[in-house]
Design a binder for this molecule. Structure first.
Ligand code: KG4
Ligand code: ZN
Length: 336
């Protein structure tokens, strides 16, 4: 099988990360380097695009070199270069795309443009070094992407067809975690710290409304965030105010709607497989509740390994593998 030997170099610079990875056969992660400028943004409470892209210009060459080195490969052995083409911060995307274009041109390799959101879902098909190769999820599947910039539901027939079933009407799920963390003075990014605090909270002590938006598969999280703001303004500093309980109630509210809508999407499409991707897929409460729902509803639910939930280039290389194979087959050059 020719595709077994295909190695794709992936490059990802859509937000604050500068990432490069080599993936073999669209499955096996040979290297996965992520350099983040997150610390430089933390004091501003969010990503500053100008800081992100300037750091990416400085980092990209070293990160790509390290990805090739750790994969024990050279550019000669790479079949294609894949790069995140959208969506993302325009200056940051430009750094990755310009670098990838120049590299592909100089090395005479094909260049694959990858959609960042679709790539998040592809993380479910990857195997990290040292881990056993498990069979990837079955397609068709329903895909839930929950990141700092997006909350979307898709029906994925195959790697070419992503039908959007729903999306957020305001804040993305991760954005809501970040904004609530800001209200509670917990720093940036908010997801991991709220996740930790929520585990120590007592469920049911407080409740924040979740927007159900009946009859559609869209999301809305800004009402929940505003409810946290008003509750905090009223109660912070009073006896009985508990950050842990606020985190727990907020997280439960977001998760309950994510799980409900995902199950509704599976029912609508009569689909028994759900795959999840994006930074919020790292949330322990979401992972637990999805596992419970899967057992109850007889669904197969896949979440990426923890190391591949947040932005990375392995997911870009993996998705690039399929684009490359398709292009090769079209040209009559590729065989499986
Ligand atoms: O996918 P990602 O790395 O970047 C985008 O494409 O946006 O996601 C980053 C988002 C941030 O909003 C962060 O707060 C959230 O993922 N996040 C989490 C957790 N870890 C990261 N949200 C909830 N629980 C977590 N454990
Ligand atoms: Zn992302």
């Amino acid at each position: 099988m020719l595709s077994k030997r295909i190695r794709v170099l992936g490059i990802e610079t859509s937000c604050d990360e500068t990432a490069a990875a080599v993936v073999e056969a669209g499955r096996t992660v040979l290297s996965n380097i992520v350099a983040s400028s997150l610390k430089e943004h933390a004091k501003y409470g969010g990503i500053i695009p100008e800081i992100a892209s300037r750091r990416q210009i400085e980092l990209i060459q070293g990160v790509v070199g390290e990805a090739l080195k750790q994969a024990g490969t050279t550019l000669d052995d790479i079949s294609a270069v894949a790069v995140t083409q959208s969506p993302g911060l325009i200056g940051s995307l430009l750094v990755g795309i310009s670098y990838a274009k120049a590299l592909a041109f100089a090395a005479k390799k094909p260049l694959m443009d990858v959609n960042h959101i679709h790539a998040h879902l592809y993380a479910n098909f990857l195997t990290l070094p040292g881990k056993p190769n498990t069979p990837g999820p079955d397609l068709p599947a329903v895909g839930l992407v929950v990141s700092g910039g997006h909350s979307s539901l898709f029906y994925i027939k195959d790697f070419r067809h992503f039908e959007q079933l729903g999306q957020t009407r305001d804040d993305a799920a991760g954005e809501a975690f970040d904004k609530v963390a800001r209200i509670l003075n917990l720093g940036y990014p908010g997801g991991p710290v709220i996740d930790r605090l929520a585990k120590k909270g007592t469920p049911g002590q407080i409740s924040f409304p979740a927007a159900e938006l009946p009859g559609c598969l869209d999301f809305s999280f800004s009402g929940t965030k505003t409810a946290v703001l008003y509750y905090t303004r009223k109660n912070q500093g009073q006896i009985g105010f508990s950050l842990e309980n606020v985190a727990c109630a907020f997280q439960d509210s977001v998760i309950s709607v994510l799980v409900k809508k995902s199950l509704a999407a599976c029912r609508k499409k009569k689909c028994g497989t759900l795959i999840v991707g994006g930074g919020v897929a790292a949330n322990s409460g979401l992972r637990d509740q999805l596992a419970t729902a899967a057992a109850r509803e007889g669904l197969r639910v896949h979440v990426p390994p923890m190391g591949l939930c947040l932005d990375n280039a392995a997911m870009v290389a993996g998705m690039g593998h399929h684009l490359f194979k398709r292009k090769s087959l079209k040209k009559g050059a590729g065989r499986e």
